[in-house]
Design a protein around this ligand. Structure first.
Ligand SMILES: NC(=O)c1ccc[n+]([C@@H]2O[C@H](COP(=O)([O-])OP(=O)(O)OC[C@H]3O[C@@H](n4cnc5c(N)ncnc54)[C@H](O)[C@@H]3O)[C@@H](O)[C@H]2O)c1
Length: 338
């Protein structure tokens, strides 16, 4: 049994607690650390039988019985905790992003390389484990659409975050579009070579005053010659809109949103279906559990993690290039600073 310690019991920490408790084979949560744990999180931990709830995460890192650590703390602690956990010989699952700075991610990579142990490290790009996106990837892998020529990803949130979140999260490209940048790599099976991003403030002026954008597109050139397009909005009035399409030499594959039910109301006024599931906690719950299953499998079976530190580095490199492209109003090659 893989003994897990979770660091951070906020939104995503609780998602992983629920996911593991409701069925991740070969894994058990031994301890949870959060210096400002909410009564709700504490009650959840107790209800699922977490035996140790501590405030200092070093109690988890120093515990010889812990095999693996899930880092669910705020982003600015991810790299620091990763390095400490690796030095303590623990396998690590780190929520995205690993860090906002490439130099800090490089420190995590070198800690992994110099550990001398076969430690597993996975980054939380959960959408790769979502049933709809995985089906698209499988169709591409099976050759059903031939050579990939075009990828389109739309990712639109149902409600605007408060402006304070914008600053602490790193902004739209580093916090939100990072998932979509990973998705075009996953769906196309190719790397990004150039981005041309545009962003604007059309929804909430407070986001602009905080130095970010709430609406953005990026036009992408992939190494295999395919083109890709991502669009992001912080507010789609009809709900959380998460769709993609891959177009190729033999056809096209696309997915739709998950809905609360498949009910369709037909009347004289028109035909109406349900709105998409509300937000990421509802829409992606199964994928959060599946990614942790995959992480635990990699430990039990001694295989590589499906989403590693190189993916964590690459996506931040792309998000930073998008921001630069928008700020300088020009296409940016990913290797231009190499
Ligand atoms: N993969 C996804 O879809 C996804 C979704 C949401 C959040 N995230 C990522 O997860 C991370 C956490 O986001 P969240 O929304 O859960 O934030 P949150 O603010 O809800 O939770 C963070 C928790 O960490 C705790 N914390 C702060 N300092 C700590 C410390 N020193 N030790 C232990 N715990 C500490 C806080 O008290 C809080 O409970 C972020 O990096 C975010 O980018 C990923």
């Amino acid at each position: 049994m893989v003994q897990i310690g979770i660091i951070g019991a906020g939104r995503i920490g609780q998602v992983h607690m629920r996911g593991i408790a409701s069925g991740v084979p070969n894994a058990v949560i031994r301890s949870l650390a959060d210096p400002m744990i909410s009564p709700e999180a504490e009650q959840l931990a107790r209800s699922i039988g977490v035996s140790q709830i501590v405030s200092n995460y070093h109690d988890i890192i120093d515990d010889p019985k812990i095999d693996a650590i899930l880092i669910c703390s705020p982003t600015d602690l991810h790299a620091k905790i990763s390095i400490e956990a690796i030095h303590a010989g623990k396998h690590v699952f780190c929520e995205k992003p690993v860090d906002h700075e490439l130099a800090r991610i490089a420190q995590v990579e070198s800690a992994l390389k110099s550990s001398g142990k076969n430690l597993k490290y996975q980054v939380g790009f959960n959408r790769r484990y979502d049933h709809n996106f995985r089906a698209l990837r499988q169709a591409v892998l099976d050759g059903k659409i031939g050579d990939v020529q075009f990828v389109r990803v739309s990712s639109r949130d149902p409600k605007v975050p408060h402006a304070g979140f914008v600053q602490s999260s790193g902004g739209l490209f580093l916090d939100m579009m990072i998932h979509d940048l990973d998705m075009i790599r996953y769906l196309s099976g190719s790397e990004v070579v150039e981005v041309f991003a545009r962003g604007t403030v059309l929804i909430d002026p407070a986001i602009g005053e905080a130095g970010d954008v709430d609406t953005a597109t990026v036009s992408v050139t992939m190494a295999n010659g395919a083109l890709a397009l991502i669009d992001n909005s912080r507010q789609a009035v009809y709900g959380y809109d998460q769709r993609a399409e891959v177009f190729g030499s033999k056809g096209c594959v696309q997915n739709g949103n998950d809905l609360p039910s498949t009910m369709v109301l037909s009347t004289v006024d028109g035909i109406v279906s349900e709105k998409p599931l509300w937000f990421f906690l509802e829409r992606y719950m199964a994928s959060y559990q599946a990614e942790v299953c995959s992480f635990v499998d990699s430990i039990v079976n001694d295989t590589d993690t499906e989403v590693g530190i190189a993916d964590g580095r690459r996506t931040i490199q792309l998000a930073l290039a998008c921001k630069k492209s928008m700020d300088e109003n020009r296409p940016v090659r990913i290797d231009e600073n190499d």
